[in-house]
Design a protein around this ligand. Structure first.
Ligand SMILES: [Zn+2]
Length: 334
């Protein structure tokens, strides 16, 4: 077990972007049109450069990063892609970065690794600790509440991830830390206790989600892996995204993954389903617009995907999914 990671300062409040750019420095803003339209009104000074993220393909990110002018720092404003892109630039250029999420749909602003796509597959690389995370309620509360409450998905995944971790410990003697598992389970409990505030995406709910992300990132750091929060529910989701080649609201997709994998693990499906419904996540295949045959396919091939991508050992390695079982899992998750 490792010690705690460097603390990323988190600031909560209104109007935090006003003075976000250091004076007399050349900073790049990495964003997308929608969050930028809202955020740019807050700025006291115009940033030296603004880049709009269009793709998370690694080659394209690298080309863009190389073509950027000389800059002193990077400020990411937006969803997960903007956070990851800003982290990539900061990592490659070895410059400071500040992150201002416009939604709390993923934990990307608090993790040190950068998620990119390589031929449609998710890969994590680099290591970046932001100088600060600005949680500006003025910005975040303008996002549709369903996008903010979706952030719960990356905490919910603890439910299935811990099961897989224990399974890997029993089958493969993988290192397992019960105290980290207990602390992770406590995060689930906190999430459920504050389901109302999170579902309504109130400032209080947003702050609770962010602090849960921070605690979860710390636990993963101590465990030396993402075992406490990433297991078969994420592996299945990566496979589905790879196969259908379109983006999803990460947390909603992960919520469906938690249900499907809870069914496969035989791991308190009714209990976790009630909690997911309390949180108001849009997890059904219909809401996510996943055709039934694509969904069935993604379950049958998830094991091969996890082997090809050398993902961690999970229930997918233990319980093969055929057509019949896939149909049963889908019916149970509804
Ligand atoms: Zn995730």
């Amino acid at each position: 077990m490792r010690e705690t990671p460097p603390e990323v300062p988190r600031h909560y409040g209104y109007g935090l972007l006003h003075q976000a750019l250091p004076r007399h420095e050349q900073w790049l803003v990495v964003t997308m049109p929608e969050p930028w339209q809202i955020a740019s009104r807050q700025f006291a000074a115009t940033p030296a450069h603004v880049h709009h993220v269009t793709s998370m393909d690694e080659e394209q990110i690298e080309r863009t990063t190389q073509s950027l002018p000389s800059i002193d720092g990077v400020l990411g404003i937006g969803g997960g892609s903007c956070m990851d892109f800003a982290k990539y630039v900061a990592w490659k250029r070895q410059i400071p970065c500040i992150l201002a999420p416009s939604i709390v749909s993923v934990d990307a602003c608090l993790t040190d690794a950068i998620a990119v796509r390589r031929q449609g597959r998710v890969h994590y690389l680099g290591q970046v600790y932001p100088a600060a995370v600005l949680v500006d309620f003025e910005l975040i509360c303008q996002a549709p509440p369903e996008l903010n409450r979706a952030g719960a998905g990356d905490i919910l995944s603890i439910h299935t991830a811990l099961f897989d971790w224990q399974l890997a410990h029993r089958h493969n003697n993988e290192p397992y830390f019960p105290e980290i598992a207990d602390q992770s389970r406590a995060l689930l409990h906190t999430l459920f206790t504050h389901a109302d505030a999170i579902r309504e995406a109130t400032p209080e709910g947003i702050q609770i989600l962010m602090e849960l992300f921070r605690a979860e990132v710390h636990l993963c750091y101590q465990a030396g892996s993402s075992r406490p929060e990433e297991g078969s529910e994420h592996f299945w989701a990566y496979n589905l995204e790879y196969r259908v080649r379109r983006p999803f609201v990460h947390g909603d997709l992960i919520a469906l993954g938690v249900l499907l994998m809870s069914a496969l693990q035989e791991n308190d499906l009714p209990g976790i389903k009630a909690r997911i419904q309390d949180l108001g996540l849009r997890y059904t295949p219909e809401a996510l617009q996943i055709p039934e045959d694509a969904l069935r396919d993604s379950l049958i091939t998830a094991h091969d995907y996890s082997v090809e991508d050398q993902l961690n050992f999970s229930i997918l390695n233990v319980r093969p999914v055929d057509e019949q079982l896939a149909t049963h899992l889908i019916a149970s998750a509804r």
